[in-house]
Design a protein. Structure first.
Length: 349
């Protein structure tokens, strides 16, 4: 049996959502309450769901199609037993009573004890909590772009490298159809950021960069305190085709200035939608053709790079747009993500 522990997607539909809220309320009072989705995912209703739920949805289905698999939510705290024939793989959630913490701290052996979680190290405090569990794990499936893997030897977590199987994130491109079909005239093109305003996202870098581009449209969709020099268009939104098509009429480039971010799916979504992307290597993506490289420290470089896009020929922007979409379709796929995990896991069966 594979015991898979990750974020279970919330239910869809009014009745299912009401039941899910009731269950989660009761579990706060009784943390050992069994999960109703023990033998499969909660009803998804065919909707598009974001990461980390998309990881659960795709990887659980992939594993279950190949070997008996049970699903656990990452913060469940039910008593957990496993056999010597089991494989346990999951997110190293913080509470010591969670399934994955019980499994890794249990001295009993099984075929494989593996972790799967985002790894980045410019702000080591974010991942430091997982260090004791990494020591106990046989394998770490690290969701991290090549930048974080290539620089891991110079980080606090250098000792993890021998256990790491690197995973690049994935999206289902059909859920993020191309909406950017034409670009505004030079001098009238806009810059768009989608994401949270939290320290690892580098929104102070974004703000200082946008301060040098005040003559152009600058928009942000997401939550957190206001980001100076960029208009807050909306809070967290369901990024449906119509919503993104409206944004694509006014905004032409997707900008991400993360300083310690494993592999944000918003960059892949933007590529699928057809936006040229400018991002820092610390977003996890670097040495990638057609991505414009920004800096976490050199604001003048960022302004120059984004102004170059502002006045680039439309034919060049169309070429970048098409190349980005093709890369998402050919490489950043769930089949590649899941097969990478399966190729390691299957060696222990």
């Amino acid at each position: 049996m594979i015991r898979f522990v990750y974020s279970v997607p919330p239910s869809s539909g009014w009745l299912n959502s009401k039941f899910s809220r009731l269950y989660r309320f009761l579990r706060r009072k009784a943390p050992y309450l069994p999960a109703p989705w023990r033998h499969g995912l909660s009803p998804l209703g065919g909707r598009v769901i974001p990461a980390p739920y998309s990881i659960t949805q795709n990887l659980y289905a992939f594993l279950a199609a190949r070997h008996p698999t049970q699903l656990y939510d990452l913060d469940e705290r039910v008593p957990f037993d496993f056999s010597a024939e089991d494989i346990v793989i999951g997110h190293p959630w913080h509470h010591p009573g969670t399934i994955i913490q019980q499994a890794l701290r249990n001295p009993s052996k099984c075929r494989l004890k593996a972790l799967i979680f985002p790894v980045h190290h410019a702000m080591p405090d974010i991942n430091a909590y997982a260090a004791p569990l990494v020591e106990l794990a046989d394998v770490v499936f690290a969701i991290m772009g090549p930048y974080w893997y290539d620089t891991l030897d110079m980080s606090t977590f250098a000792s993890w490298k021998s256990k790491i199987v690197r995973l690049d994130m994935a999206v289902d491109a059909k859920d993020y159809p191309t909406v950017k079909h034409k670009f505004n005239p030079p001098g009238q093109r806009g810059y768009l950021y989608i994401g949270r305003n939290q320290p690892e996202k580098g929104c102070d870098v974004l703000s200082r960069t946008m301060a040098g581009l005040l003559e152009f449209k600058r928009g942000w969709v997401g939550f957190g305190k206001e980001i100076p020099n960029i208009q807050h268009l909306s809070g967290p939104a369901e990024l449906k085709k119509d919503f993104m098509a409206e944004l694509a009429q006014h905004y032409d480039f997707f900008v991400n200035t993360s300083i310690s971010d494993a592999n944000p799916t918003t960059i892949l979504e933007a590529m699928a939608w057809g936006f040229p992307v400018a991002c820092t290597p610390q977003s996890g993506y670097y040495n990638t053709p057609n991505l414009v490289t920004l800096s976490t420290t050199d604001i003048e470089h960022n302004i120059r790079a984004l102004k170059a896009l502002q006045y680039a020929p439309e034919s060049e922007l169309e070429r970048i747009s098409q190349a980005n979409t093709a890369l998402v379709l050919s490489y950043y796929t769930w089949s590649r993500f899941c097969e990478t995990v399966w190729n390691s896991v299957s060696q222990y069966l």
